[in-house]
Design a protein. Structure first.
Length: 585
């Protein structure tokens, strides 16, 4: 496969269609030649159908070596572009801008997904993409990937919804580009910042295709992404179909396959990925069959348009960002629909480390929106949310009467039905397996080392890893604290994948410091491994290693209140020895 990727060349039929315009827009004119040399000399004799196979013209690289060159900084302008990109968009726009809008990405589907036949009567889709201050290349690559990899008879239109962006390139320049290059696309503007939830309602109201497909503005759809989604909706109008969301690395732009996981949530009402229950993946065919999922991540899914309307679209009382993904998931299940992951459909999404935009007035829209979810859909189970979020009890969530009326009108099931039938795996807070302490080594174990380390040295602290700023403060550093089983900011839950979640909310992560000492902290869980994945290491598994950085958790000064840092791993060093203790509840 790599060979194929490396030796593809421009399709003569498509020559002239894309390349001049791509080049025109790029601020830095890094020419294709730079990255094409290795492949340019080889000619591919048998042409593949470019749309079907995702091979489109004008790619500049395909394998990872070539991609890594795209990030090279040659001069101060490159550096500036890179820095500004990170600050505006939270990903590497230097690479994104240099990368073809039609780049090839690996076909990450399971083998069994290939050569499938679809009925000729699939419905047509309107693809709705909302954006707010998105980078040009990321937005246009999203659009082109849809155009390039969707059979035109299935693509009714693409609706680009500008949520009142203020960046100049998204104004007239975008409209001109679209008018000249993209007849399938219509650009509409909300006129006032609505937030992604109302922007989607606005987009859906302007769409006329049979099926709505929502995408984030920084995606790349993969080979034959749409057909399997449409097929499932065609079979039953009340199926809501979700692709597997692959990872486009925000630093390198490498396209990486995601494993088969389902959508869940925690009692802080944060979306999370759950591993598949073992009994769901037995035969090979299980890897390609639709998989029912308790929730969706939110951004990427397909739904019959009439059904979307009948089901009450979205909650228009929700602002900017957050919560709508659980709301629509609960609503679909509780009101008679079905939410499924369709493994043969794959779409890449740029996972960023932070959201590069705020909300008007800096409001915490996630909490407000989650409260609306809890109050409308969760019945007595909302108490579990308040247990984890006592602060939310006093917060304002606006008027929910219309959503409550909608729930009554649709005769939806109680939340208990959802818990029992859709998400029985979810445990209640403080249940067994709810978590425990990460405790610095106990003194009494120290004598094993008495001859080697010398008996007058520190022997660890017998203190627990504690978040300095409570459990909701992103970026909070960690300190040693007196172990206390009622202290939420010490209760870690270790997942099978190696994530350490504090009180089920944020994940143990490390600061991005290329040099010098770095410190662990808690961050929003991204479940994309990297700096959030940890592993017990050493003969007795007492060091907690962060493989991405190669360093281990350490308590340089083993006394209460001192900061935890990242250190060179050494299993014999008590200050680096930790253990997972107990389970609460
Ligand atoms: O005010 C805004 N107006 C907008 O139009 C803010 C955002 N947006 C646009 C934005 O440009 C983007 O295209 O809305 C889209 C989603 O915003 P992101 O990309 O900042 O969201 P996200 O990817 O960080 O967050 C996930 O959760 C959100 C909860 O509200 C939405 O459901 C996102 O669509 C969703 N993204 C995905 O599901 C992709 C996979 C990520 C995971 C897990
Ligand atoms: Mn996104």
């Amino acid at each position: 496969i790599l060979f194929l990727y490396m030796h593809l060349q421009d399709s003569p039929a498509r020559n002239g269609l894309y390349s001049p315009r791509d080049g025109e827009r790029r601020r830095v004119q890094l020419q294709p030649r730079t990255f094409q040399d290795s492949s340019a000399s080889k000619k591919h004799t048998e042409r593949e159908d470019p749309v079907r196979h995702g091979y489109v013209k004008d790619f500049k690289h395909a394998d990872s070596d070539d991609i890594s060159q795209l990030g090279i900084i040659r001069n101060p302008e490159d550096q500036k572009q890179r820095d500004e990109g990170y600050s505006h968009y939270a990903f590497n726009t230097l690479i994104s801008d240099r990368l073809s809008l039609h780049r090839i990405i690996p076909d990450t589907r399971h083998r069994l997904c290939q050569h499938r036949q679809f009925t000729g009567s699939l419905p047509k889709a309107s693809v709705v993409i909302c954006f707010y201050n998105e980078a040009w290349s990321a937005l246009l690559r999203t659009v082109w990937s849809v155009v390039d990899r969707t059979p035109s008879h299935l693509l009714h239109e693409i609706v680009l919804v500008d949520d009142n962006s203020d960046l100049p390139h998204l104004g007239e320049e975008l409209e001109t580009y679209v008018a000249e290059n993209l007849p399938q696309v219509k650009v509409i503007r909300t006129g006032e910042r609505q937030g992604l939830i109302r922007a989607r309602i606005f987009g859906a109201d302007h769409a006329t295709g049979e099926v709505l497909v929502f995408l984030d503005s920084h995606c790349e759809v993969n080979v034959e992404w749409l057909e399997p989604l449409l097929e499932r909706i065609h079979e039953n109008q009340t199926n809501v179909a979700i692709p597997i969301i692959d990872i486009v690395d925000h630093d390198t732009f490498e396209y990486e396959a995601s494993p088969l996981v389902r959508g869940g949530f925690n009692w802080g009402l944060h979306f999370r990925w759950d591993g598949m229950p073992g009994n769901m993946l037995i035969e090979k065919a299980d890897y390609v069959r639709p998989i029912k999922t308790p929730t969706m991540a939110g951004g990427l899914f397909a739904m019959d348009r009439q059904y979307f309307i009948a089901m009450g679209k979205y909650d228009p009382g929700m602002d900017v960002w957050g919560g709508e993904n659980l709301e629509i998931s609960f609503r679909i299940w509780q009101c008679g629909g079905r939410l499924e992951i369709i493994p043969c459909s794959r779409i890449g999404h740029i996972f960023r480390k932070r959201r590069p935009y705020g909300s008007p007035g800096g409001a915490d829209t996630m909490t407000r929106n989650s409260l609306r979810v809890a109050m409308v859909w969760m019945d007595e189970y909302k108490e579990y949310y308040f247990q984890v979020r006592p602060d939310a009890r006093k917060k304002d969530f606006g008027d929910i009467s219309e959503r409550v009326a909608l729930r009554r009108r649709l005769k939806c099931q109680p939340f208990k039905w959802y818990m029992d039938n859709v998400y029985p795996e979810l445990t209640l807070p403080n249940n067994k397996g709810g978590g425990g302490w990460v405790r610095n080594q106990q003194i009494k174990r120290a004598n094993a080392n008495i001859f080697r380390a010398g008996h007058l040295m520190y022997h660890g602290s017998n203190l627990c890893v504690t978040s300095e700023q409570g459990i909701y403060d992103k970026k909070s550093l960690l300190v040693l604290g007196k172990c206390d089983k009622d202290e939420q900011s010490q209760i870690w839950k270790e997942t099978e994948e190696g994530y350490f979640m504090l009180a089920g909310v944020l994940c143990l992560d490390i600061e991005d410091v290329p040099m010098g000492r770095s410190y662990p902290r808690i961050m929003k869980c991204h479940y994309a491994k990297g700096s959030q994945q940890w592993k017990w290491k050493g003969l007795h598994s007492r060091n907690l290693l962060n493989p991405a950085s190669g360093k281990c958790l350490g308590a340089r000064e083993p006394r209460a209140g001192s900061h935890i840092s990242m250190e060179i791993c050494n299993e014999d060093d008590k200050e680096l020895q930790f253990e997972m203790v107990g389970s609460t509840g």
